[in-house]
Design a protein. Structure first.
Length: 88
């Protein structure tokens, strides 16, 4: 799982870097959309980094609300998920 998370982090960082030159907005709407997209990328990076920390700490795969197990299928779909299906 660590490798999957790290690949997504690397891809997001690369995407953020490659889109920086295109940030010279032609229109305000375009600038607003690009800023919102970059904000979502940064939020995803934070969530993935937190998932890596949970793996290192031995807390990965446990619900932050009830401490129950998070289903492996749920983690496969989103490795950064923090809640089990019952608490989500």
């Amino acid at each position: 799982m660590t490798a999957i998370i790290q690949r997504e982090i690397d891809a997001l960082k690369q995407l953020s870097e490659t889109t920086k030159p295109s940030r010279a907005p032609v229109m305000l709407d375009q600038q607003s959309m690009e800023l919102a997209t970059e904000e979502r990328r940064q939020q995803r990076l934070l969530a993935l980094t937190a998932a890596l920390r949970r793996i290192e700490a031995g807390d990965y795969g446990f619900c932050l609300k009830c401490d129950g197990d998070i289903a492996s299928g749920r983690l496969a779909v989103d490795p950064a998920v923090t809640l089990c299906i019952d608490c989500a």
